[in-house]
Ligand binder design. Structure first.
Ligand SMILES: C[S@@+](CC[C@H](N)C(=O)[O-])C[C@H]1O[C@@H](n2cnc3c(N)ncnc32)[C@H](O)[C@@H]1O
Length: 213
């Protein structure tokens, strides 16, 4: 049976590894394992996000949507020590790694949770994500629609997506759905998209998209 990194309980035999996250302002050594996304190296898309995203809000609830072994959550937590960082994933092995990595790095402001955890706040100051494109377009749109709706006014989201994985069509879909997305960085086939929560978000565009024709 094929094993995907977004399974709830990966069946792949454990293969512990380590990834060093080396950024101008942050150095972290993170534990990885088989059955999670990019266990051998910091994914180049994730690197673009961590290097080029604007500084995260200093306070409030920040979300790493699809945390994997936790590079985004841990960097957010290091950059914004007074914020609370929610590291969300469906993959239990990934959540375990993120919790251990945050604890080992002394990042007490990271919370791991499954997407349906009622403890995750309804209002988020920022969402950073290398999203799970491979779950399919419809599922990805549902996922983003649900989480972006939780952005507080003035909040922002940063999403990194590969061009060959549909970054341009995702940008068009977001903009057409009432979430104007701008491209803030481009490198090695990856696009970093920024979405700012409009003060008055008009949901009518979203409703139009889901109305049967
Ligand atoms: C492209 S990986 C990014 C992992 C990590 N942030 C990184 O940069 O290395 C996307 C992650 O999203 C997770 N995922 C899949 N479906 C999800 C869902 N419905 N809600 C939250 N996370 C999900 C996957 O398990 C995977 O860990």
């Amino acid at each position: 049976m094929t094993s995907h990194y977004f399974e709830a309980q990966p069946t792949a035999a454990h293969r512990p590894g380590q990834v060093r996250v080396v950024l101008p302002d942050v150095y972290l050594e993170l534990e990885t394992d088989s059955g999670v996304f990019s266990p051998g190296r910091l994914d180049p898309g994730t690197r673009l996000l961590l290097e080029e995203a604007p500084p995260p809000p200093a306070e409030g609830d920040l979300l790493d949507l699809g945390c994997g072994y936790g590079p985004v959550a841990c960097v957010l937590a290091r950059r914004s020590p007074a914020a609370r960082v929610w590291a969300i994933d469906v993959n239990e092995r990934a959540l375990g790694l993120t919790a251990r990595n945050a604890a080992r790095a002394g990042l007490a402001n990271v919370r791991t949770a499954t997407p349906d955890d009622p403890g995750v706040p309804g209002e988020l100051a920022a969402i950073w994500s290398n999203p799970p494109i491979r779950i399919g377009k419809a599922a990805l749109h549902d996922l983003l629609r649900g989480w972006l709706a939780r952005l507080r006014p003035g909040g922002h989201a940063c999403l990194v997506v590969g061009k060959n994985l549909g970054s341009d069509s995702l940008q068009s879909w977001l903009t057409g759905s009432g979430w104007p997305a701008t491209r803030v960085a481009v490198r090695s086939g990856y696009r970093l998209l920024r979405i700012d929560r409009p003060e008055h978000h008009d949901l009518s565009a979203e409703r139009t998209l889901v109305t049967p024709r």
